[in-house]
Design a protein around this ligand. Structure first.
Ligand SMILES: Cc1cc2nc3c(=O)[nH]c(=O)nc-3n(C[C@H](O)[C@H](O)[C@H](O)COP(=O)(O)OP(=O)(O)OC[C@H]3O[C@@H](n4cnc5c(N)ncnc54)[C@H](O)[C@@H]3O)c2cc1C
Length: 393
């Protein structure tokens, strides 16, 4: 154990959102007694992406690493409430087994089928549905322009707030310390990071450092002289209700990046604008639902022509501009004790358990012990070699 004001830790985790808190938890699970200090300036997480997420967790990916991360994370999140409570607080990720449904036009049907086979080969439960099967299961859906759907009934969603605080409280119970400060500088030699400098004037030395600052990770990497192509991408989430009663829906996603799911008496979701200018912009465009989202949901589900939007909020994706996949691993060539775990581009909540465990394994054991995530390392950034998901993002 060590004092929270201590100037030394074994591992400094920069950023205490879901990814940083999962990392702290797994570090202590892998190595009890490790001195883990999490630097998080915002105790209320007012701007953090973690508390603005929609909660979706799915196995429908194409990169084997993403599928494998999802399989581990889904099991972990489903067991979260039973396993992650502390002596003072129950854990409450509140898993909802609502399923996911990817839908594609006829031109993309073969690609979707290929993806489904790849997911099945990794042990995922995925059903490929024809338009008439889709229509039977989801009677309100307009399937006239669809070629196929892929349904994963074991996917679902959880409460990101419960997941974040569950990880944080458990990490603290195991010995992690959280320090309410911002990293503003770094001291490095030619081959390693020695210390980070905080905005409260402190300097903290450590053996290893982890950049888990989500949408801020590109900026934070710059403090170490590292170029990380991860930028903040604003995305809106809307809560809306149908005009007339409708069946409950899984998390529906299409190729235009429309994504929404049942929530209470209505629906929660949005439509990502990939061309949104990058930046720390949290302003809410209250016309976005009517202009962009409503036409898409009303076309797909005609009862939603009378949909009413009750609330819109904004948040940031930590968009990896190289390929939309996270960067997980050390900067081997220059500062091998600086690790990055960021750039999930909209999937960081669901992949936090697997990614946190992976970084903990790298730091404690020197290499991956469970999932080999080498292809997601920083090396591909240096080589300008994108490794992207195919199809729906
Ligand atoms: C509207 C919306 C919906 C989403 N839906 C989903 C979904 O359904 N499923 C899913 O998996 N993902 C979803 N995401 C993405 C998900 O929210 C993110 O991938 C995830 O929260 C990233 O977690 P994080 O801990 O890396 O980032 P954050 O939660 O943003 O945490 C980063 C932390 O770093 C701190 N920080 C910043 N600068 C510094 C510094 N200099 N020093 C120290 N700390 C610093 C910040 O205060 C912040 O708390 C969604 C995102 C949005 C915006």
């Amino acid at each position: 154990m060590f004092e929270s004001g201590a100037a030394h830790a074994d591992v400094v985790v920069i950023g205490g959102g879901i990814v940083g808190s999962a990392t702290a938890y797994f570090l202590l699970r892998e190595s009890p007694g490790l001195r883990v200090l999490v630097i998080e300036p915002d105790p209320g997480y007012a701007l953090a992406s973690s508390l603005r997420a929609s909660g979706g967790c799915r196995v429908q990916f194409t990169c084997p690493e993403n599928i494998a991360m999802s399989l581990f994370s889904l099991d972990f999140i489903q067991a979260f409430d039973a396993t992650m409570g502390t002596a003072t607080h129950p854990a409450a990720a509140q898993w909802v087994p609502g399923g996911y449904l990817f839908i594609v036009p006829p031109d993309n049907a073969r690609a979707l089928e290929r993806n489904v086979r790849a997911q099945q080969a990794q042990g995922c439960h995925v059903e490929l549905l024809t338009p008439s099967e889709l229509s039977r299961r989801f009677p309100s859906m307009n399937v006239s322009d669809l070629g196929a759907g892929a349904h994963t009934p074991r996917d679902g969603w959880c409460d990101p707030n419960g997941l974040l605080w569950g990880f944080r409280r458990k990490a603290v119970e195991l010995g992690a310390r959280y320090r309410p400060a911002r990293v503003v500088g770094a001291d490095t030699t030619a081959t390693q990071v020695i210390a980070v400098r905080l905005d409260d004037g402190a300097r903290v030395t450590a053996e290893a450092f982890v950049n888990a600052t989500g949408a801020w990770s590109g900026e934070v990497a710059g403090l170490f002289g590292m170029t990380l192509p991860i930028s903040p991408l604003r995305r809106f989430e809307h809560y809306f209700t149908p005009g007339s009663p409708m069946e409950r829906l899984p998390y529906v996603k299409d190729v235009a990046r429309l994504a929404f799911r049942s929530e209470g008496a209505g629906f929660s979701g949005g439509l990502v604008d990939s061309n949104e200018p990058r930046g720390f912009n949290f302003e809410v465009d209250h016309g976005y639902f009517e202009r962009v989202v409503w036409p898409a949901v009303a076309h797909r589900f005609p009862p939603l022509q009378a949909a009413r939007c009750h609330r819109t909020w904004s948040g940031l994706y930590e968009q990896c501009e190289l390929d939309g996949n996270p960067v997980i691993g050390p900067w081997r060539e220059r500062l091998p004790n600086l690790h990055t775990v960021a750039g999930f581009s909209g999937h960081g909540m669901m992949h936090a358990p697997a990614a946190g465990r992976a970084i903990a394994e790298l730091i404690v054991h020197g290499r991956f012990q469970t999932l080999d995530l080498s292809r997601l390392g920083y090396e591909r950034v240096l080589a300008h070699a994108p490794y992207a998901e195919q199809g729906i993002l």
